[in-house]
Ligand binder design. Structure first.
Ligand code: AMP
Ligand code: MG
Length: 414
């Protein structure tokens, strides 16, 4: 172990687990609300508890195509007389009569007086005479009124984010519109004289700006309104203007680049005049430099310029900030164990988020390999990956065969 990488020799590095509560302590959730129609509710955060105005299901109904009968009235080998039918949306209109059964379809109301359903595969029909076999008990194949929830029960809690299932649940309980928190507004720009927008010709020493596009993807998935302010040159006046516009328009201002040692003074000078800024050296790799502060009423997060660092820092540090601003509770990080397929070289000192390819065997045994070179500028390592391999701060070289912690992307991206 090289002592120059001993975390004791880098006491100014802050563990991300320690950084997040410090940042969140300075962030307040949006409180303004608005009413949206159900089709527009996806991704929005519920501003109030939602209580069901109806029982679910609203009436006893059949879970099978078959015959409705009254259990106490049934005897093996003794046929019941078919007297009517109940189809979905077309209930049986007659009265209960002893010794009878009703043809019934899935989702159709179980008529009053009848209490059980036998599936049609276990029924023998001879004209109007129906013999039911293998009847197990009362209530068989019946979904009882209110068995999922009864009227007045809380269905969704304030602070829940509306996903596909919530959209369906809201429709199930007949909610056409709902009160949600206003959408979070995020403005972002890239800084760097070397950066060119896609669609232009690259001159000497120039590269295409990629961070704004990764950020567009990340922010779209996070369900926020975003404003792309483009590439801003390393010019104090241009950066000042961009910060002013961004903080006027948005709740959260994100930048990439300009927070590393060589450039931090520059950003600091501007933000010291217009707000407050703290430069953090996070004990994560990639993504050590990170800036956090306030400009006017907006929160500011300065991401490192290197494209992988920028994404990793966004996932691990900015996402919790966004969740809190959006009014969401802290989101759980899903971690699983996987067997490492090849050795990884690592110095103790920082938590590493290596890009990994996670596979599981038919038996559910998880193994993981790195995507190869892990340079913080190699964004293709993110496209090849489906997970982060998380190597603890104090961990050193890690041999093949070690059980390592993996954070699958699907969960992170949802
Ligand atoms: P910086 O954080 O500005 O010192 O930049 C660190 C590295 O990331 C440099 O190699 C930059 O050229 C690169 N970089 C910075 N911003 C971007 C960006 N928006 N897109 C792609 N690469 C970037
Ligand atoms: Mg730069």
């Amino acid at each position: 172990m090289s002592t120059s990488h001993d975390p004791c020799c880098q006491p100014d590095l802050l563990h991300p687990d320690a950084a997040i509560p410090l940042l969140l302590g300075q962030v307040n959730a949006i409180t303004a609300t608005e009413v949206v129609q159900l089709p527009q509710a996806l991704g929005r955060v519920l501003a109030e508890d939602l209580v069901s105005a109806i029982d679910l299901p609203p009436f006893a109904n059949s879970s099978m195509d078959g015959f409705a009968f009254r259990y106490a009235n049934w005897q093996p080998d003794s046929p019941l007389t078919l007297v009517g039918q109940s189809f979905a949306g077309h209930p049986y209109q007659g009265q209960y009569q002893a010794g009878t059964c009703i043809r019934i379809m899935t989702g159709a109301p179980v008529p009053t007086g009848y209490d059980s359903v036998q599936m049609q595969e276990l029924a023998q029909v001879d004209g109007t005479q129906v013999t039911l076999a293998a009847v197990k008990g009362v209530g068989e194949n019946v979904r009882q009124r209110g068995e999922e929830l009864s009227q007045g029960t809380k269905v969704l809690t304030q602070g829940c984010q509306i996903g596909a299932a919530e959209m369906g649940v809201l429709a199930t309980i007949g909610v056409p519109q709902l009160k949600v928190l206003r959408r979070l507004k995020v403005a972002f720009f890239s800084t760097g004289d070397e950066l060119m927008p896609v669609g232009s010709e690259l001159g000497q020493g120039q590269i295409y700006d990629s961070n704004r596009y990764s950020l567009q993807g990340l922010l779209s998935r996070a369900g926020v309104d975003w404003l792309d302010l483009g590439v801003i040159k390393d010019d104090p006046e241009a950066i000042r203007q961009a910060f002013m516009t961004a903080s006027r328009e948005a709740d959260l201002v994100l930048t990439s680049g300009g927070v590393s040692v060589g450039e931090a003074d520059y950003t600091k000078q501007i933000l010291d005049e217009e707000g407050q800024i703290t430069f953090w050296k996070l004990a994560i790799k990639p993504g050590k430099p990170f800036a956090f502060g306030h400009i006017a009423k907006a929160i500011f997060c300065g991401l490192p310029g290197n494209p992988v660092s920028s994404m990793v820092t966004f996932y691990k540090i900015v996402m919790p900030v966004i969740h809190k601003l959006q009014g969401l509770p802290p989101q759980p990080v899903i971690r699983i164990n996987a067997e490492l397929q090849q050795a990884i070289r690592k110095h103790p000192g920082r938590v590493e988020y290596q890009r990994g390819i996670l596979t599981t065997s038919a038996e559910g045994v998880a193994t993981v390999a790195t995507t190869g070179s892990q340079g913080s500028g190699m964004l293709t390592s993110m496209t090849l990956a489906n997970c982060f391999i998380v190597l603890d701060q104090m961990q050193g070289d890690t041999p093949a065969g070690t059980q390592v912690i993996v954070e699958p992307f699907n969960y992170i991206l949802d």
